[in-house]
Design a protein. Structure first.
Length: 259
């Protein structure tokens, strides 16, 4: 009989992903599985190449973060490979180095208390907007369904910010871009000259939002290629689409079961 808090992993293949069972005792086994699945979802949806990108999740109760290890190919990832750190970046469990973007994730978790999962990608269209240092305007209702405003882009970082604690300062640049903006209402950002970060209430939602971000980035690019004079949709239509899905009186989808 397995011990409490111990999860067993061995390779099990199913359509849409690979799951692992192991005899090694590990912290936060369920969060590890969720973070692994979020990372694999980025691969399945074509948002990452090779070892680009990463996804993480946080246990608010234990103040611990689980994140992809640095430079490990996705096809080789197992739950035991994921790294557990505290909110200061100290490794609590794991034999591999955590993602080099860990400090950025930690700043966001500390600054955005409603965020429990983060995904970072260099997906093609979102990154193109980031490299152009332009926010993504809301040109249609697909964007409005997920983002209650344009997806912002950070200001360029100074040489001093890059030279000292670059990844941590990337997080601070993101936080500054959300001054006066609810990160839950616009769950993504473009880091100037770099790439995209998306987040959500759990790792799966962060990956989902990263996929949607790439889609609306592509739509916006195509729209402006067809019509350079295209403008953002009206506020009333934008609100209608966002609030019917995320507002207090939301009616999109099926009613959630009461627990």
């Amino acid at each position: 009989m397995p011990l409490r808090g111990v999860i067993t992993f061995r390779a099990v293949t199913r359509e849409g992903g690979v799951f692992w069972l192991s005899d090694e005792p590990m912290l936060l086994p369920e969060l590890r599985k969720a973070v692994l699945e979020a990372n694999l979802e980025l691969v399945r949806k074509g948002l990452v190449l090779y070892t680009f990108g990463n996804a993480s999740g946080i246990s608010r109760q234990k103040s611990l973060v689980v994140i992809k290890p640095s430079g490990v190919p996705y096809e080789r990832l197992r739950p035991a490979d994921l790294v557990v750190t505290d909110l200061n970046g100290k490794i609590v469990e794991g034999k591999l180095r955590p993602s080099s973007d860990l400090p950025t994730h930690l700043v966001l978790y500390k600054s955005f208390p409603t965020v429990d999962g983060i995904s970072h990608t260099h997906s093609e269209y979102a990154t193109a907007w980031a490299q152009a240092r332009r926010s993504i305007p809301c040109l249609g209702t697909t964007h409005a369904d997920y983002f209650h405003g344009p997806v912002p882009v950070t200001k360029e970082m100074t040489d001093a910010e890059i030279a000292s604690k670059y990844e941590e300062n990337t997080g601070h640049a993101i936080v500054r871009a959300f001054e006066g903006v609810d990160p839950s209402a616009i769950p993504a950002v473009l880091v100037a000259n770099h790439g995209a970060f998306a987040w959500g209430a759990d790792p799966a939602t962060s990956a989902h939002n990263a996929v949607i971000l790439e889609s609306v980035a592509r739509m916006a690019y195509l729209t402006l290629s067809i019509n350079q004079e295209a403008r953002a949709i009206g506020r009333f239509l934008h609100d209608q689409h966002y609030l019917r899905k995320h507002g207090k009186a939301a009616y999109y989808g099926q009613p959630k079961e009461k627990k």
